[in-house]
Write a protein that binds this ligand. Structure first.
Ligand code: BG6
Length: 478
């Protein structure tokens, strides 16, 4: 469905995120026919460049990051005609009048702050002073949204000075992933799951976001952040919320976000002994984390595993195990809802522990599988076997699966549609920091040193023990 006509300004339009994700994503949305012919994208940054130079830069970015669609030279030419460039000085007055004159007032105006949070205030103030943004404008901001509760509060306050909450779109790109939304469809669109979605039937839940990449030249940022701030505070907690929240009365931005907020607020503070931090070690051929981060004494974690509890009626007593790390065995993100064992088996001789597991695979191979127990086919008697009921999209959707937009594409289109459901509200972000801050402060107070783990492994041994102690086992990362 095409969106309404728009002018989208990308501050930081020459930056890494713009070149890797935002512009290739917009290009693909244009190809799909979702973007009206007149819609324009305006790169704005400090570099002294003209529109021609910018178009050339983005042509190269699409060739590099645009995927298979980047082969269509004519389509790229057409896309590039939408692009404009303005040199702006975020801390001065240069370029702002030009930007004002360039924008059309009768279409949706959106402003993507793809810049460090230190510039949010400067940009917001100038957008208003130069009468570029009005109360209908939409502001898109990226993570990291602060580095603790205090800085997140300050950022929210800065934005709130200039814009209303319904104008602010805080991106967590995990919410734009296809399966994450499908998770809500599965939970709330079926009668099957909801009655079982509680501590009577669920033994525990595992959330794994495993990466094979290291810090990839982002050492300076990452070393000040670590896996807790970079991944857990946002992506993993958002997944936790969607799994654990009560059914919202409607699929509407505030109804959904109210329920997510309640989950975060119900999280019990994490016991220090229920967290494992890790740092990847060197191998014969590749450097260790400290070398990648360019700090030989760094105590920043590239891996975290923890056990969380939600203090409410539905989830009391059900552990939520979460882990994420870099340079692990495989790139694989999965949420697994592990149901309880049968109380009693009627099948003589069947000693195996059969369990229903609903596994929601975010990437790669997005899809949802339900492990069920059936009779092993054939004449061998009543032998039971576990098989997956596979709801993988590639099969269910056939050739249409190719057209599934990536997270950024979808989220940017949602900004234009004015749909905030998949964006974080200010109070949610603050509540998430309020939960993670004491964990990070606890490490600091104890001078906690992360455990080394082998590259290509599933993380430090202690992370395995975290579940082992509870008589449970992580699902394999594959
Ligand atoms: C980002 C983190 O938010 O998410 C990165 O800053 C991480 O460190 C990335 O690699 C993972 O995203 P995805 O979509 O590749 O799983």
């Amino acid at each position: 469905i095409p969106v309404d006509d728009f002018d989208l300004v990308i501050f930081g339009g020459t930056g890494d995120l713009a070149r890797r994700k935002i512009l290739p994503g917009l290009y693909r949305r244009c190809l799909s026919g979702q973007v009206p012919d007149d819609a324009r994208i305006i790169g704005a940054a400090r570099s002294d460049m003209d529109t021609e130079g910018y178009r050339q830069m983005i042509r190269e970015a699409i060739a590099e990051f645009g995927g298979p669609e980047a082969a269509d030279g004519k389509a790229i030419d057409r896309f590039l005609t939408r692009l404009h460039y303005v040199t702006v000085d975020a801390r001065g007055d240069g370029g702002w009048k030009e930007l004002h004159d360039l924008l059309r007032k009768d279409v949706i105006n959106a402003f993507y702050f793809s810049v460090g949070p230190g510039l949010f205030g400067d940009l917001a103030e100038r957008l208003l002073r130069f009468e570029i943004a009005d109360t209908n404008a939409r502001i898109v901001v990226e993570k990291p949204f602060g580095r603790d509760l205090e800085s997140a509060r300050a950022l929210n306050a800065t934005l709130a000075q200039h814009f209303n909450e319904d104008q602010i779109y805080r991106i967590d790109h995990y919410l734009g992933k296809e399966t994450v939304q499908n998770l809500m469809a599965v939970r709330f669109g079926n009668v099957l799951f909801e009655p079982l979605w509680n501590n009577h039937y669920v033994d525990h839940i595992q959330i794994t976001v495993a990466e094979t990449v290291g810090v990839e030249g982002r050492g300076a940022y990452y070393d000040k952040s670590g896996a807790m701030r970079d991944m857990v505070q946002n992506h993993l907690m958002q997944l936790l919320c969607l799994i654990a929240m009560e059914p919202p009365s409607m699929f509407d931005a505030d109804a959904v976000r109210d329920e997510k907020l309640k989950v975060i607020r119900a999280l019990q503070p994490v016991d220090y002994h229920h967290i494992v931090r890790g740092q990847y070690d060197k191998t014969r051929t590749s450097a260790d984390y400290r070398t990648d981060a360019e700090d030989p004494r760094s105590h920043t974690e590239s891996f975290v595993a923890l056990k969380a509890h939600i203090n409410n009626w539905r989830w009391a007593g059900v552990p939520f195990y979460m882990r994420t790390g870099k340079k692990l065995k495989a790139r694989s993100s999965e949420i697994a809802v592990v149901f309880k064992d049968l109380g009693h088996s009627i099948f003589p001789g069947d000693e195996a522990r059969h369990r229903n597991i609903l596994s929601i695979q975010l990437q790669p191979n997005e899809g949802i599988k339900l492990q069920v127990t059936i009779k092993e086919p054939g004449p061998g008697g009543m032998r039971l076997v576990d098989v997956p009921l596979d709801m993988t999209f590639a099969e269910a959707l056939g050739p249409d699966a190719e057209g599934v937009p990536d997270a950024y594409e979808r989220l940017i289109m949602d900004v234009i549609r004015g749909n905030q459901t998949l964006f974080m509200r200010g109070d949610e972000v603050e509540a998430a920091w309020a939960w993670t801050d004491p964990i990070i402060e606890g490490w600091k107070a104890r001078n906690d040193v992360p455990k080394l783990y082998d590259q290509g492994s599933s993380g430090p041994e202690d992370a395995l023990m975290l579940l082992h102690r509870d008589g449970r086992k992580w699902r394999e990362i594959k």
